[in-house]
Structure formats: structure tokens, C-alpha cells
Write a protein that binds this ligand. Structure first.
Ligand code: R2B
Ligand code: URA
Length: 310
């Protein structure tokens, strides 16, 4: 079903393990994953990561540590007596990484460049560790377009600020485009993990990904603003009409780079506000903290179900 399974699937090896679209890597004696503080020469990556199935990414180190502890309780994973979870990438001072059985929980920072660097290294990590058919999730926050704060949004499609569904990057002075595609079936499966009893909506739709939080998302409250409130509302209403339900800052790279590597991926974000109603994130910290747990619940239910069916 090409509509449902729109992966670049033949990129992977026949056993499902991740193949790199880069002939240079296997010719190197060792590959240093600098921003993860790991290397193929210094670490036994197959031993450390060979059993990984799910890679969950989100913006902040604290939230991803919390997610790791939640998933540990959820899947009944036990740590050796008297130990705590360790940040595997601690000495990078860039990203944080926790491993709980088949689940990796990694912080990606803010924006396309940050998540892009991380994805290069995590995709190489999957290759070095010979991981088969990994599934990647981004668990994040966003601004809703016509959806109030606390709504969970699963991305069906991702587009840039000009509604194009490609990631543009400049390589050797030339701009190239990579299609930004997510796995539709995975999005549907995640939607089905929503509990009708949940006191909030879980919806699917088109996600816009921008290079900036303020001007790039049409906010009037940045340090600079060269447009009027009318201009802003006209733009937000127009993207709303073309099906955009939320705006965030990483999905384009996440979708494009996982698709290029033949890796199934999904993006699940909670809205912090409805951008049709304002720009500032006003909800109190405790409310924001509870909201941010919501997307993680769908992902843990999905992971738990997978492990039970195995
Ligand atoms: C959502 O929240 C962050 C900005 O506040 C950014 O990382 C994103 O995509
Ligand atoms: N993250 C974003 O990128 N935009 C918002 O409005 C809220 C969170």
C-alpha cells in the first residue's frame, strides 16, 4: 500500500537493519559520534545498542529523563539494584541519552539544525549497532492553530513556512530538497492509542515547521516585528484553511532525514496555546508540565503494546 507505507524501504538491508547512504563510513577505521560522546572504536555499539527498537526524542534533557523513568515503569524494566539511569551522552554536554531496554530516550534541543545533527549521529548509531527496523518518535510541544492548549496532535504531513513539504539544505553552495514524509500507518496506530476517557482531544493533521519561534511563526511579541496584527491573522487563517493544525520547529528535519534513511517515524506534540488567540505561553508551569506528559502516554502505550505482542 504505497499511500500508507510511504517509506524509502529498499534503503535498508534485507534483514531490516539500517543502511547508510554514505560509502565513506565503512571505509573509516572508526567513527566518532562527537555530539553523543560515543564512538565505534571506543564503544561496543552492537553490545550497547543492538537491542534498540524505539528511539524517542524530545526537546529537553529533563523531559527525556522523565520519559525514560516512565517507560521503565510502564514496561516493567528493572535496573540493577542500587543503580539509577545514566545519561549515556553526559560527556558531550550537548544532548542527553537514556536507555531502557529496547527504548532510547534522547533530547534534541531546539530547531532543525540541532535535531539534524543529532539525527545524523543517531542514524549512524543504528547502523553501527546493526539495529533492525527501528521506529523513531518525536514527542514535543507546539502552537495549535484552532486547537486550544493541551490538545495532542499527531502529524500526518509536515510543511515548511511556505507550505512546501521538503527540507531544504545548502550543500557545497547548492540548495537541495529532501522530501519530508512521515509514516501514515504509524500515525494512525498512535491515534488509536488515544483513550476516549482522556480529558483532551487527540487529533491528526498537517504540521508546519519553522526556523524561528517568533517572527518565523508570525508572533507579534519578539524583539522585532515588521508586520501588523492583521497580516499575522491573515497568514494564520490562510494556513489554517490549507489544513495546518499546529506549528513547531523540528518536524521537517525529523521527517526528511528518517525518510531518507528508510526509518519509520512519527511526530506527536501537545499544543501550549491556540495561536489564533495569542502569542504568549501563559499557562502555569504545573499545567504545562502535565500537558507535556500527554504525547508521551500515546507513545508508551504503543511501545507497551508492541512488546506484549512480540
Ligand atoms: C517546540 O517548542 C520549542 C520552542 O519553544 C521548539 O523546540 C519546538 O519545536
Ligand atoms: N513550540 C513552538 O514552536 N511554537 C509554539 O507556539 C509553542 C511551542
Amino acid at each position: 500500500d504505497p499511500e500508507v507505507n510511504n517509506l524509502d524501504a529498499d534503503i535498508r538491508y534485507p534483514d531490516g537493519s539500517v543502511r547508510l547512504r554514505n560509502p565513506n563510513i565503512e571505509l573509516m577505521d572508526q567513527d566518532i559520534l562527537y555530539h553523543l560522546a560515543l564512538g565505534s572504536g571506543s564503544h561496543d555499539l552492537v553490545e550497547m545498542f543492538g537491542d534498540v527498537k524505539f528511539v524517542c526524542m524530545g526537546g529537553t534533557p529533563k523531559r527525556m529523563e522523565q520519559f525514560a523513568y516512565n517507560i521503565m515503569a510502564e514496561i516493567g524494566h528493572k535496573l540493577p539494584c542500587g543503580t539509577t539511569l545514566q545519561d549515556i551522552s553526559h560527556f558531550s554536554y550537548r544532548y542527553s541519552m537514556y536507555k531502557v531496554g529496547p527504548v532510547l530516550s534522547i533530547s534534541h534541543g531546539m530547531g532543525i539544525p540541532s535535531v539534524g545533527i543529532l539525527l545524523h549521529e543517531v542514524i549512524k548509531l543504528m547502523y553501527h549497532a546493526k539495529v533492525r527496523d527501528p521506529v523513531f518518535f518525536r514527542i514535543g510541544t507546539c502552537g495549535g492553530i484552532g486547537h486550544e492548549g493541551g490538545t495532542v496532535i499527531i502529524s500526518e504531513e509536515v510543511v515548511d513556512g511556505a507550505l512546501r513539504n521538503v527540507l531544504e539544505l545548502t550543500v557545497l553552495g547548492k540548495t537541495l530538497q529532501r522530501p519530508a514524509k512521515l509514516d501514515r500507518r504509524l500515525a494512525r496506530e498512535l491515534k488509536a492509542m488515544g483513550d476516549p476517557e482522556d480529558p483532551y482531544d487527540t487529533v491528526t493533521g498537517k504540521t508546519m515547521c519553522t526556523y524561528d519561534f517568533y517572527e518565523g511563526q508570525g508572533r507579534l511579541d519578539g524583539a522585532f516585528c515588521d508586520f501588523t496584527e492583521n497580516d499575522k491573522m491573515e497568514y494564520l487563517e490562510s494556513i489554517h484553511k490549507s489544513g495546518v493544525v499546529n506549528i513547531e520547529m523540528e518536524s521537517l528535519a525529523f521527517a526528511a532525514l528518517t525518510h531518507h534513511a528508510g526509518i519509520k517515524a512519527a511526530v506527536i506534540c501537545v499544543t501550549l496555546l491556540d495561536r489564533l488567540k495569542g502569542d504568549q505561553v501563559l499557562a502555569p508551569k504545573e499545567v504545562l508540565d502535565e500537558w507535556q506528559q500527554r504525547p508521551t502516554k500515546l507513545v508508551s502505550r504503543h511501545i507497551k503494546r508492541y512488546l506484549q505482542m512480540k
